[in-house]
Ligand binder design. Structure first.
Ligand code: HEC
Ligand code: HEC
Ligand code: HEC
Length: 273
């Protein structure tokens, strides 16, 4: 090891534990009261002044404090949001103080209102995702019921959108409580695939030609190097229910529903890792 590295490593070892304990001593609540509460409110509910800010009002922390990742909170607090009253705080708070403020923000809790989430989903999302969240409409919207995103991932997608697609950022269209409520509602629609059901379906519809999921041979490019585990869910579905496989396997696969396919995939993934 280079001497410079060694010194660096020793310093890091000395400093890191010191940092960890130092942030415990900093009163995040007091810092928040001093630097943030004028706009965001002492308990994360924006003040009248905060609500009147232009071009965008201060947002409710309470609703999303635990749905937004720590990295993201740190980035927003440190660098601010350009063009808004949320100025960078790196000039007034040191990095440890920012960590302490985040710790405090994350003590805010929020109880989602699923009924509101459902109403807002119908108003804002269903045109592309369908009333039941299952639509894969022509615009490329995804079936949310089969999404693999966790709650934080759904919130992140709603906040920032997916550049280059019709899934635009909803951050200024929706309040934070609406975002939290809709995300929880979307999450509640999730279809929980059942590998045991998949196993039964496999025995009925597939085993006559493929003795087990591990025995399924792929065709096409680099097929010999890959297994079904290398195919993502969408591709597996396409390979099973569409194209020439339907001609080969016929009515054994033609009748399978979307949910059947999810169960089958869960079983296949369980067998072939
Ligand atoms: C002068 C008013 C003001 C102060 C003081 C202020 N903020 Fe903000 N903050 C805002 C505004 C306005 C926004 C919304 C910006 C936007 O819409 O993009 C915001 C947004 C945020 C967001 C993003 C919220 C979201 O839902 O995306 C976080 C996190 C945040 N502030 C944290 C803090 C913290 C922590 C402090 C104190 C260290 C602080 N703010 C101080 C006005 C303020
Ligand atoms: C104008 C059409 C449109 C509207 C309205 C819309 N979306 Fe989307 N959404 C899309 C498209 C297109 C994608 C696929 C983006 C991609 O390819 O990554 C998508 C993807 C998503 C994803 C990612 C799913 C995954 O598994 O990757 C989530 C979550 C999502 N939308 C939630 C919502 C919510 C919640 C709303 C309402 C607040 C909403 N969308 C409104 C078009 C829309
Ligand atoms: C009647 C026979 C038959 C049945 C039943 C059958 N398959 Fe196949 N399957 C084939 C043949 C033949 C291939 C080889 C590829 C080809 O020629 O399309 C294949 C290929 C595949 C592939 C790989 C496709 C590719 O493009 O690489 C998958 C995945 C697959 N089958 C899954 C299933 C599943 C899951 C079932 C049950 C729901 C099933 N198969 C039922 C005959 C069958």
């Amino acid at each position: 090891m280079q001497p410079r590295f060694l010194i660096g490593a020793i310093i890091a070892l000395l400093v890191i534990p010191a940092l960890a304990t130092a942030s415990d001593d900093i009163d995040g609540k007091a810092l928040y009261a001093k630097s943030c509460a004028t706009c965001h409110g002492a308990n994360g509910e924006p003040t009248e002044m905060g609500k009147s800010l232009k071009p965008f009002p201060a947002r409710k922390h309470r609703a999303i404090a635990n749905l937004v990742g720590r990295d993201e909170l740190r980035r927003i607090i440190t660098y601010g949001v350009e063009g808004t009253a949320m100025t960078p705080k790196k000039y007034t708070l040191d990095p440890l103080e920012i960590e302490a403020v985040i710790d405090y923000i994350q003590t805010f809790d929020y109880k989602p209102d699923l009924a509101n989430g459902k109403n807002r989903f119908k108003a804002v999302c269903s045109s592309c995702h369908g009333m039941d969240g299952r639509a894969q409409t022509g615009v490329g919207a995804k079936n949310l019921v089969y999404s693999k995103l966790d709650l934080g991932g759904i919130v992140h997608t709603m906040r920032y959108g997916r550049p280059g697609t019709l899934m635009t950022s909803k951050r200024h269209q929706l309040s934070n409580p609406d975002i939290a409520d809709i995300a929880n509602y979307v999450y509640s629609l999730r279809y929980l695939a059942n590998p045991a059901e998949g196993k039964k379906l496999y025995a009925k519809s597939c085993v006559s030609c493929h003795t087990s999921p591990a025995a399924i041979k792929l065709i096409g490019n680099a097929a010999e190097k890959r297994t079904v585990a290398d195919l993502d869910d969408r591709l597996l579905d396409l390979r099973i229910r569409h194209g020439r496989h339907v001609d080969r396997a016929g009515e054994k696969v033609a009748h399978l529903s979307d949910d059947n396919i999810q169960d089958l995939i869960a079983y296949i993934r369980y067998e072939v890792k």
